[in-house]
Structures are given as structure tokens and as C-alpha cells.
Design a protein around this ligand. Structure first.
Ligand code: CTP
Length: 216
């Protein structure tokens, strides 16, 4: 099985020395890549900047910005059976990137932002991906309701939902507590565990679903 995984944050430059980003460590995405390698899958890992080492044998595609991640995924997604979007892609980027370092001359400054393209939301119609599509939903309220809405809106086969308001899970932590959201409003909560253990369970679950969908 060939699996594409997006991971980590993106960085949207403001000027040559500053950027907008988020608290994603990339650990969940790298754990998924590791678990998928252990399960014998071929991996492409498209990753924003993290301090992590990609698993041995993975095809590693480093990127910085949401646009670079979009272009990388667009070019290769159809060569994969499964695509897992665990990256915390910036939703907005500065409209203009200052060519020189911005000096602090004013007491206030306004930064104008514009939306980035939704990579997961482009997978089906724009990229023509027909494989097993997995999204992530990091929410702070109405977690399952939001995750199921995301699953329908982005035509996913699975959305991994996590409540990032709970202390000690989600962004920047070793452990996570997730619920697998499936079409037909079905939800399967997984017990709180380390990210690598959860990654192994998620990869095993995906392999089972893909096998069930594949004609003998
Ligand atoms: N995603 C993506 N490209 C983006 C934004 C998000 O591929 N530009 C993917 C993420 O990798 C994740 C899922 O979409 O799998 C998250 O969905 P999204 O609707 O962006 O979640 P939120 O950022 O929480 O957005 P919302 O404001 O709609 O809740």
C-alpha cells in the first residue's frame, strides 16, 4: 500500500526574518509515517518544518508554506492508495511579503491576511484522488459534530478527531486521545495513548477498511 502523509505546521513569511505559524510539532504525522513503515507500506511524507527525523525509507518532501505543500501534494497524490492529512496548514498568509525586515517605526501595525488553499478539500475534485482519504479535525468545542461535518464537506473516508482543549493531548504533547469518525455518523473512540500507539491503531484500521473496499 502506498500512503501519502502531510505533517507538521506550515510557515507563512511576513518578511525575511518573520513568519506566521502554529503549535503543531508534527509528532502525530511522523508517528503515522513510522507506523505505516512498520506495517510494510511505501510512504511519502510531505512535511512542514519540524525538529523530527523522518522514518528510514520514507520518501521525504520538505516544504515551508501552505502553497508549497499544496503544490507538492497536487503533483503526487494520485500515485498513492491512501492520503492522510495530518498537517496543521496555516489557514491565512500575509497578502504581501516585505522584501526587507520590517522596522518598528509605528506604535501599531496592521497585517493583511488572505486565505490559503485547502489542500484536503482539493483532493477529490481538483486533484481527482479516488483513494482512501483521511482528514484530521483538531477542535475545542462540539468536537464530533464538527469532525463529521468536515468528513462530509471534504468527502473523506475517515476523520480523526481530537479535542485540543484537553490538557496533555493534541498539539505539542506525547499523548493523544482521538475518535475515528466514519461516514454514516459512526464514531469509534480510541483510548488515550502515546502518539505512536495511536498511529499503529489508525494505520491498522485504515488497512482493514481499504482491504474491505478492494474487490478480491
Ligand atoms: N487542511 C489542509 N489544507 C488547509 C487546511 C487544512 O489540507 N489549507 C487539512 C488538515 O491537514 C486537516 C483538515 O484539513 O486534515 C483540517 O480541516 P480544517 O477545516 O482546515 O480545520 P480547521 O483548521 O479546524 O478549520 P475550520 O476553521 O473549518 O474548523
Amino acid at each position: 500500500m502506498r500512503i501519502l502523509i502531510t505533517a507538521g505546521p506550515t510557515r507563512e513569511p511576513i518578511d525575511p526574518v518573520r513568519f506566521i505559524s502554529n503549535r503543531s510539532s508534527g509528532r502525530m504525522g511522523y508517528a503515522l509515517a513510522q507506523a505505516a513503515r512498520e506495517a510494510g507500506c511505501a510512504i511519502t511524507l510531505v512535511s512542514g518544518p519540524t525538529g523530527l527525523v523522518p522514518p528510514v525509507g520514507a520518501n521525504f518532501v520538505p516544504v515551508d508554506t501552505a502553497k508549497q505543500m499544496f503544490d507538492a501534494v497536487a503533483g503526487i497524490i494520485k500515485a498513492h492508495d491512501v492520503a492522510i492529512f495530518s498537517a496543521a496548514v496555516a489557514d491565512y498568509r500575509p497578502v504581501e511579503i516585505a522584501p526587507e525586515k520590517i522596522k518598528k517605526t509605528e506604535p501599531r501595525m496592521v497585517l493583511e491576511l488572505e486565505r490559503t488553499s485547502d489542500i484536503l478539500g482539493s483532493a477529490r475534485v481538483q486533484f481527482g484522488f479516488e483513494g482512501f482519504l483521511v482528514g484530521f479535525a483538531a477542535e475545542t468545542e462540539n468536537v464530533l459534530q464538527e469532525a463529521h461535518a468536515k468528513l462530509r464537506r471534504k468527502a473523506c473516508d475517515l476523520v480523526v478527531a481530537n479535542d485540543v482543549s484537553k490538557p496533555g493531548t493534541g498539539f505539542d504533547s506525547d499523548e493523544n486521545e482521538v475518535t475515528l469518525c466514519l461516514p454514516g455518523s459512526k464514531s469509534l473512540p480510541l483510548p488515550r495513548s502515546t502518539k505512536i500507539e495511536l498511529a499503529r491503531e489508525i494505520i491498522c484500521f485504515i488497512q482493514g477498511r481499504v482491504a474491505a473496499q478492494t474487490p478480491p
